[in-house]
Design a protein around this ligand. Structure first.
Ligand code: SF4
Length: 221
């Protein structure tokens, strides 16, 4: 299938198969949110057996790390890679995430991934963003051309569709999701979302920040 026939109803597995054919060194990045877990299952069904790369900032919820461990067991055909900036969590009172969240994301999240990608140099990245996650993602397409090609198979899937797929396949969704944490990052920068809010409204709430920098801005991948 070629991209000229793609539309909002194109099956994400067809997008992944297309990506695997064109970019065999394709690498997936994931934070193991609901979308990420669903993308891993779809990728498995489409034949993906490459790396799934996660950045451990030192501030993840235990539930997130447990979700990663479940996925490692469930998908032995994939190589799960955990990167770390090797910075210990800061003592209370000196936290960079309070005074300079952009700088904190830059050193703890973006830098380890950029360094890893510079070494591996994959031609394309597979990731789980979707249009309905936030206003900043409303125009997301299946393919973005940038420093690297970025493939977004879930771009057009709605929240209800993603949840239904996860439940139908008994996927190990982070239990915090069902407690209202619709997008889960580091615990100091994540709260549950309120009715009517964007899925990502609980990220950096009140900090004037909407993205970690992996996907928009000067540091984007
Ligand atoms: S999400 Fe918060 S704690 Fe995590 S790296 Fe960014 S600023 Fe630091």
């Amino acid at each position: 299938m070629t991209t000229q026939y793609w539309d909002a109803n194109t099956d994400p597995r067809d997008v992944i198969r297309w990506a695997l054919a064109g970019y065999p060194d394709l690498l997936m990045t994931s934070a193991f949110n609901l979308n990420g877990v669903v993308l891993i299952e779809l990728a498995a069904q489409a034949g993906f057996a490459g790396e799934v790369v996660f950045v451990d900032t030192g501030y993840h919820f235990p539930e997130t790390l447990a979700t990663r461990d479940h996925l490692i067991t469930r998908y032995p055909q994939m190589q799960f890679v955990t990167l770390s900036a090797d910075l210990p969590p800061e003592p209370w009172g000196e936290e960079q995430f309070r005074s300079d969240p952009d700088g904190c994301c830059r050193v703890r999240k973006v830098a380890p991934l950029r360094e890893y990608l510079a070494r591996k140099n994959p031609s394309a990245l597979l990731n789980a963003r979707s249009r309905d996650q936030a206003a900043t993602r409303r125009d997301l397409g299946f393919v973005e051309i940038g420093e690297r090609v970025r493939i977004n198979p879930l771009a057009y899937w709605r929240r209800e569709q993603i949840e239904a797929f996860a439940q139908a396949h008994h996927l190990p969704v982070n239990p915090l999701y069902w407690a209202g944490f619709k997008s889960i990052g580091c615990w100091p920068c994540t709260r549950a979302v309120r009715p009517g809010e964007d899925v990502r409204a609980g990220r950096w709430s009140g900090k004037g920040k909407i993205e970690c920098g992996l996907w928009i801005g000067e540091q984007s991948l």
